[in-house]
Design a binder for this molecule. Structure first.
Ligand code: G3H
Ligand code: 13P
Ligand code: ZN
Length: 307
């Protein structure tokens, strides 16, 4: 089926209290793995490209791979720009057939963030494309941070209400203590998940959790066994993800776990089969590994069986 808008996918998730995974894609094998997992699980799915992914693979290649995959899919698929930095980047994606864009104005003061998000909404909505905005700063909650500093960084529920009303965004990324990458917490996970509940009550909007990878210990173990040096890494525990969904998260961004799934599998092949040099034999297992990880996320997020 053709790509659908992200708002359509998130509307059902918001109504029925589950979350849909938004998986970062950089190449053919990653896209295939995500599509296959979505079919295995009968799950709606969001494939998202960062501007860096588009720089790496090319907007044409990436968007066409996803469009071809979606045309064969029997589950709803949206193609989304992750962390768009400018109005121009969002327009480029809309022109390439993306059905959703994120404009990340979180580094601007509130009014500037509303203004740039509304500018994108005004353009995107004319052609049925969804828009995600972000409010608050992603980052770990450090022990030595006082309440005021913490509040300044995390998403303020009243501001979230005003942001949604004034910008018209379809989805809102919230800051509750998660951060991008593999080093999210110094010791145990510190998150302010109760904040999600308050934001949901005030906005009713589809909410997005960035920086949500679990940094899965099994993948870290495999990577380190075959030569990686990943020390002190720590991700978001599965229990926290379940809690976040129960409070109102409807879209969950996963990139780091995809990277770990891919490269740990590549490391294993190169180490255990030193005579193999056919890229298909090296990257094929990486694709299988991503498929399994994505299936696990769909089960965890409650989107399995929803398509
Ligand atoms: O939030 C950032 C995503 O993980 C994408 O990362 O810009 O390196 O592709 P990237
Ligand atoms: P992770 O680094 O935790 O996978 O988060 C990815 C993300 O938020 C992409 O926007
Ligand atoms: Zn992000």
């Amino acid at each position: 089926m053709p790509l659908v808008s992200m708002a359509e996918i998130l509307k059902d998730a918001n109504q029925h209290g589950y979350a849909v995974g938004a998986f970062n894609v950089n190449n053919l094998e990653m896209a295939q793995a995500i599509f296959w997992a979505a079919e295995d699980e009968r799950s709606p799915v969001i494939l998202q490209c960062s501007e860096n992914a588009a720089k790496y693979a090319g907007f044409d290649f990436l968007s066409n791979i996803v469009k071809i995959g979606a045309s064969k899919a029997t589950v709803p698929v949206a193609l989304h720009l992750d962390h768009g930095k400018s109005v121009e980047a969002c327009i480029t994606c809309i022109r390439h057939g993306f059905t959703s864009v994120m404009i990340d104005g979180s580094h601007f003061p509130f009014e500037g963030n509303v203004a740039i998000t509304k500018q994108v909404v005004d353009i995107a909505h004319v052609v049925g494309v969804s828009v995600e905005g972000e409010l608050g700063r992603l980052g770990g909650i450090e022990d030595d941070v006082n309440v005021d500093e913490r509040d300044a960084m995390l998403t303020d529920p009243q501001e979230a209400k005003a942001f949604i009303e004034q910008s018209g965004a379809d989805a809102l990324a919230v800051a509750v203590g998660t951060s991008h990458g593999a080093y999210k917490f110094k010791s145990e996970a510190k998150l302010d998940l109760g904040r999600i509940k308050e934001i949901k009550q005030l906005t009713g909007a589809a909410l997005v959790l960035h920086g949500a990878s679990g940094v899965l210990p099994s993948l870290i173990e495999k990577a380190n066994k075959y030569g990686a040096k990943l020390e002190g890494v720590r991700g978001v525990p599965e229990e926290s993800i379940k809690e976040a969904i129960s409070y109102g998260i409807n879209k969950i961004n996963i990139d780091t776990d995809m990277r770990l799934a891919f490269t740990s599998a590549v490391r294993e092949v190169l180490y255990t089969k030193p005579t193999d040099f056919d890229p298909r034999k090296v990257i094929g297992p990486a694709r299988d590994s991503i498929r399994e990880v994505v299936r696990g996320k769909m089960q965890l997020f409650g989107s399995s069986g929803k398509a």
